[in-house]
Design a protein around this ligand. Structure first.
Ligand SMILES: [Zn+2]
Length: 423
């Protein structure tokens, strides 16, 4: 691993990273979908995202990169390596945001790679492998369920046919929105799905407070905790609030509250490692004088340990059934992503680079999911985190410093070059 990148050579790329240029691009990108309190609303496949893509392609063309897309609108910016026969190294993240998201989630992970390419080009050295900067389509999971569509399809974890028919709340399908995006970029060549990269590197803000608390600039991500999601449907009987005696009602809201209470109690762990969230709760018909007919709610369960995640998740259905009172309950599992650990070789390289650049670093586990999960299934994958202020993310107040952003780009630039040259 160190052959092409002896510790003494580290820094020859990083010193060409221009933190000011990277910061200015981040601020320029944040204008697409800008919100009044400093955040962005740049949801996947929206007009704002289309405009942001145009800007990114313009920057890429200006530095001589070749832009292309694929059938799911992943965006690639190619920096050709010396040996075009070798599979490329991918570096990237996403540019879509939550409806009230921040400027850095995802965007840092696309623009730091662009800056890395600038730095490699300015060093005068050419990597052996091609390096592709990538912006994966639809990471956030806010508009369609579930998220990470672009990376999931690219990696083969999901079939393209399965995502095309997915609709948002307004009934608009992924298929029609994809057509809109791709037809807005008629001059970009389209590449096939299914090409296997040599490696994937993703840089991201931490979205938690650990790096700030530990006073470290770089988090070398050890892995991503596992996640299971469920849809719980409780069916009762719609009735008149004034006439139906309570003793005979089959009220799904009463049952759902009882279920939620039971779940909260059973999913509690003293160590506080289990992440259990009910983030969506729908009552229908949701009218003040009607005993509801149906309640649907979501469960998001996460744990870093494979067995614990499996055991806890498997208990959800029996707990729901036992606590359902007089109503019927249907539990549907939507997703089961086991915990994963990134390979030690790439993590070691990131540690070595941070060390050589004199940037304070630590190992860190990711509580949030990332596109890196799906790339991990098909190629050696690694991630770095940089701090974000007070760990706040998915919020307009999300903030990161110019210095930390530049440091992240320096580590990424060295890592991308070293990985592109590694055996
Ligand atoms: Zn993100």
């Amino acid at each position: 691993m160190a052959a092409q990148h002896a510790t003494g050579a580290i820094g020859r790329i990083a010193r060409h990273v221009n933190g000011e240029r990277l910061w200015n691009r981040l601020m320029a990108l944040a204008k697409f979908g800008a919100l009044p309190n400093g955040g962005v609303n740049r949801q996947a496949l929206s007009d704002e995202e289309i405009s942001a893509r145009v800007q990114i392609v313009r920057w890429a063309h200006a530095i001589g990169l070749e832009a292309s897309t694929d059938p799911v609108a992943n965006l690639f910016l190619r920096f050709g390596g010396a040996d075009a026969s070798l599979p490329p190294v991918l570096i990237g993240s996403h540019i879509d945001s939550q409806p009230t998201g921040g400027k850095f989630d995802g965007a840092f992970g696309v623009l730091a790679p662009l800056e890395s390419i600038e730095a490699i080009a300015a060093s005068g050295m050419r990597p052996r492998r091609t390096i592709d900067v990538v912006a994966w389509m639809y990471e956030e999971g806010s508009r369609y369920a579930p998220g990470m569509m672009g990376s999931a399809v690219y990696s083969g974890a999901r079939k393209i046919e399965d995502i095309l028919s997915v609709r948002d709340k307004a009934g608009i399908s992924v298929e029609s929105e994809l057509k809109k995006v791709l037809s807005a970029e008629p001059r970009l060549p389209q590449r096939q799905l299914g090409a296997k990269p040599a490696a994937f590197l993703e840089a991201h803000i931490e979205q938690g407070p650990i790096l700030q608390n530990e006073k470290k600039t770089i988090g070398i991500v050890t892995g991503i905790q596992g996640k299971r999601t469920f849809r719980i449907q409780v069916d009762g009987e719609e009735n008149h609030a004034g006439t139906a005696p309570r003793s005979v009602r089959r009220d799904p809201l009463v049952s759902a509250v009882n279920i939620v209470h039971a779940l909260q109690e059973k999913m509690w762990d003293r160590e506080d490692i289990v992440r259990f969230t009910i983030g969506m709760f729908n009552v229908s018909p949701n009218a003040p004088s009607v005993v509801p007919a149906r309640v649907i709610f979501s469960i998001d369960l996460r744990h870093p340990d494979t067995r614990q995640l499996r055991d806890l998740g498997d208990r959800i259905e029996p707990i729901c059934k036992r606590a359902a009172l007089k109503c019927d309950v249907t539990v549907t599992e939507l997703l089961h992503d086991p915990p994963l650990e990134f390979p030690s070789g790439l993590r070691g390289r990131l540690t070595q680079i941070s060390e050589a650049l004199g940037i304070p670093h630590m190992d860190i586990s990711s509580g949030a999911g990332h596109d890196a999960r799906y790339l991990h299934y098909i190629c050696p994958t690694a991630m770095i985190f940089i701090p974000c202020k007070d760990g706040i993310s998915h919020n307009e107040a999300e903030s990161a410093t110019k210095e930390d952003i530049a440091a992240g780009a320096r580590v990424l630039a060295e890592a991308a070059f070293a990985t592109a040259n590694a055996d």
